[in-house]
Every structure is written in structure tokens, then in C-alpha cells.
Write a protein that binds this ligand. Structure first.
Ligand code: LLP
Length: 426
């Protein structure tokens, strides 16, 4: 039997995802393509919202996890806001109908143009990561004659016990500022005529599977809030970031439950009655997504047997970039003997490997496979490397499907490129 998550179920030897028969879907839409379950996303949003009941809290979905307009629309309709890190994400969010008053802007390298653009549309809040950025925000807000709401992103120097490339809350990381520096910002708050500095923000990393790092970071934020209020600086907003982990490897990864996570927030921030913001990305969409791919061929190698898929590292970078594990299963449960494969894509580098030495039911050319938990940082990190077009994205909802991004045409891939006809000098 295939191990499935909430939204998947099996009937006969076909696998259903959000009520859609994946074998039939893959006959309509050539592989590779991403499929997302609306039901699974709604369940995650609903679960988190229920856990937060009684709190003045808003979920600002981290758009970078999956910025497809249909996903953003789904979020907006569920009352969720957006955590953006670029003007591109701002435009997508607005385009999807996200109200500006539910948008927060994070990121260590916001350019002056991006800050000005976000001020113009009147986003809810800026999560400021350096003194230089704070001064730029003040200057641009003054030029526009508006007051910007701002939170300082604290780097709490906490180890998130996750992959080094997605850890953000250690003092050696580029993100946020120390509590000492933040203290100085608040002390000079009155010099900021056009910035209302009244918030704290913290985000310590991603794919965090234990509560301790969250607790530690929030305790530091809580102590600092207390100190600020004692010094006469009101804190009206605390943004606790994202980072909640998900299950990539059945039986091995044990994510924390939303209710336990929110209980830690409630406990650490007891006595705080201002606004809470949460910025989950992966938690809302990762397990709601799968990448459908077919076996191109089985290649017996010198030392290993290779399963060559029609999906590649350009469609899903996580295994090549972070050595990330994704469960991979055939879309059929007809009994077959187990064997071991290196599961690879067609891209011309060894890093184009989804799994090494993976035990799998024996496969043959044409078999349909499911790479699981690809809804976050899958399509959003895709590229056209090896001139492979961006794969389609399909939204599923209780037996129906809608293509929410069609496969990129070759002409779109080369759009903007041109022969060097017009040579100019600087
Ligand atoms: N807030 C901020 C300020 C962030 O930088 C991030 C993610 C989030 C929220 C959302 O984190 P989440 O809840 O999704 O863990 N590409 C990597 C993940 C990079 C995360 C970057 N920042 C991966 O595929 O694992």
C-alpha cells in the first residue's frame, strides 16, 4: 500500500489526490507537472486559524513558498495575508486580490524603489533588517508624506537545528539585527518623523521540527518587549515569522502540531495583548503538492541502477540544493518486487539526483511516479536550466482540476533574448 497524506486516497490500483485520479490526469496533461490540493491547503489554513482563536492574529503567508496566483487567491479568500520579499511578490499578491493592509515586507536587501513602491500602495508593515534600511524608509516615507509602520527584525542568535542553508537566526547569519542594536533604534525613535517603529519581528529558519528553537527565540523577543515597554516604547505588533516544518520522509519526520506551536507562542508571549503576525510558507502548502513525473527509462549503470525521470532539478531543486529527501512513490499499487535505484533527471550534471540508493517497487519506462511534498519551494524555485520549459501547475479540488499555469512555450522561454545587433558605448 502507498503511504498517503490527508488528501490522497486509493481506489483500485489508481491513486487519487483531492478526489482526482492521477493516472487519468497524467493522460490529459503530459508530465512533468505540479499538482496542488485545494482541500489540503484549506485544511492547513483552517487548522492554524482555529489554533489561534481568541488571539488578535493574522497569517501572512510567505509568498516565496509558492507564488502561483491561484494559490495566492486561495489564501486571500481564506482571510490570509502575505509576507513578501520583493516588488514582484508585492505585484503578484495585489494581482491576486490580497488587500495591502494584510501585506508585510521582509528581506535584507529591499531596494529604495521596492520600498517606495510598497509605501505607495500602503502595505501594512515593513520588517526592517538594518539601520540603513530604516533611514531609507524614513526618507522615502517623508518624501511621500506618509507614515510607515515598521518592526525591527531581531536576530535572536538561536540555533534552529535545520539545514545550514535555511537557518537564519544565528548571529553569523545575514538576517536581522542584535537586540543591542534594536535597543538603540528604539532609543532614537523620536528622530523618525515618518516611521512608526512599534513592532518586533523574528524568523529563525525553515523546516523546524521541534518547538524548542521557537520557544527560545520567542522568550528573547518577549523579554525585549517587556524592556521596551518599561522604557516607554509601546510594542503593538509581534511577527513570529515562519519555519514550521513538514513531513518529507514518512515515518522519520515528525512535525509539530499547529496547536502545540501556537501554545508555545501563547505561553512565551503571555501578557502581550497587541497584534500577532505569523508568516508560515511551507506548512501551508508543502504537503498539499506533488510533482508528477514519468520514468523515461531504466538505465543499468556500472555500479548503480538509474531510474531516469522526465522531471529534473530545474523542476524541483531541493534535493540537489539541500540534499533534501522527498518520498517518491509509483502511482499504482500493483504488487511489485522491491529494488534499489538512484533516481535522476535528464539534466547534464550529477547533482540532478532526486534520491540515491532508494528502495522502490520495480519500475519500467512509462511508469507514473509521484514526488511528494513539493508544494513549497518546488515550482517557486524552478528554472529553465538545460532549456527545459517551466512545468505546468494544476490545482485540484474534490474531483475536479484546473490548470493554473500551463507549460511554458519555447517562445516565452527565449522572450527578451536577441542577437547583439545594436552595439552601444557607455
Ligand atoms: N518569513 C521569512 C522572513 C522568511 O525568510 C521565510 C522563508 C518564511 C517566513 C517562510 O518560512 P517557512 O514557513 O516556509 O519555513 N528554499 C528553502 C526554504 C527557504 C526559506 C526562506 N525563508 C527550502 O526549499 O527548504
Amino acid at each position: 500500500m502507498i503511504k498517503t497524506n490527508d488528501a490522497t486516497s486509493e481506489q483500485a490500483d489508481h491513486l487519487f489526490f483531492d478526489g482526482v485520479d492521477l493516472q487519468l490526469l497524467a493522460q490529459r496533461i503530459p508530465t512533468p507537472f505540479h499538482a496542488y490540493s485545494t482541500t489540503a491547503i484549506r485544511q492547513r489554513i483552517g487548522g492554524l486559524q482555529a489554533a489561534m482563536s481568541g488571539l488578535d492574529a493574522t497569517i501572512c503567508y510567505a509568498v516565496k513558498a509558492n507564488p502561483n496566483l491561484a494559490i495566492l487567491q486561495l489564501m486571500a479568500n481564506a482571510g490570509v495575508g502575505a509576507d513578501i520579499v520583493s516588488v514582484g511578490e508585492l505585484r503578484r499578491s495585489l494581482h491576486a486580490g490580497m488587500p495591502p493592509e494584510r501585506i508585510v515586507f521582509s528581506g535584507v536587501g529591499k531596494s529604495a524603489d521596492e520600498i517606495a513602491g510598497a509605501l505607495t500602495v500602503g502595505i501594512h508593515r515593513f520588517n526592517v533588517e538594518s539601520h540603513d534600511e530604516l533611514l531609507t524608509l524614513q526618507q522615502l516615507a517623508r518624501t511621500q508624506g506618509v507614515t510607515a509602520r515598521a518592526a525591527v527584525r531581531i536576530n535572536p542568535d538561536v540555533d534552529a537545528h535545520t539545514h545550514a542553508k535555511i537557518s537564519t537566526g544565528k548571529s553569523e547569519n545575514k538576517f536581522g539585527v542584535s537586540i543591542d542594536e534594536a535597543r538603540q533604534w528604539f532609543a532614537e525613535r523620536s528622530l523618525l518623523s515618518h516611521v512608526q517603529l512599534d513592532g518586533l519581528h523574528v524568523h529563525i529558519g525553515s523546516q523546524i521540527l521541534t518547538l524548542e528553537p521557537f520557544r527560545l527565540a520567542l522568550q528573547r523577543v518577549a523579554a525585549f518587549r517587556h524592556e521596551l515597554e518599561q522604557a516607554g516604547h509601546p510594542v503593538n505588533s509581534i511577527d513570529v515569522g515562519g519555519g514550521l516544518g513538514v513531513c518529507y520522509r514518512a515515518g522519520e519526520d515528525h512535525p509539530v502540531a499547529a496547536a502545540d506551536y501556537v501554545a508555545v507562542i501563547r505561553e512565551a508571549l503571555a501578557g502581550y495583548h497587541g497584534r500577532l503576525l505569523l508568516e508560515p510558507g511551507r506548512y501551508l502548502v508543502a504537503e498539499a503538492g506533488v510533482l508528477l513525473t514519468r520514468v523515461i527509462r531504466v538505465k543499468p549503470g556500472i555500479e548503480r541502477q538509474f531510474l531516469v525521470l522526465d522531471a529534473a532539478m530545474n523542476d524541483l531543486q531541493r534535493p540537489s540544493l539541500y540534499d533534501a529527501w522527498h518520498d517518491i512513490v509509483p502511482v499504482s499499487d500493483e504488487p511489485r518486487p522491491l529494488t534499489t535505484y538512484d533516481i535522476v533527471g535528464p539534466v547534464c550534471e550529477t547533482g540532478d539526483t532526486f534520491a540515491r540508493n532508494r528502495a522502490m517497487p520495480e519500475c519500467m519506462a512509462g511508469d507514473l511516479l509521484l514526488i511528494k511534498a513539493t508544494g513549497a519551494y518546488g515550482a517557486s524555485m524552478a528554472s529553465t536550466y538545460n532549456s527545459r520549459p517551466l512545468a505546468p501547475e494544476v490545482l485540484l479540488n474534490q474531483g475536479r482540476y484546473a490548470v493554473v499555469r500551463r507549460r511554458q512555450h519555447f517562445e516565452e522561454m527565449i522572450a527578451g533574448e536577441q542577437p547583439a545587433r545594436h552595439w552601444e558605448t557607455t
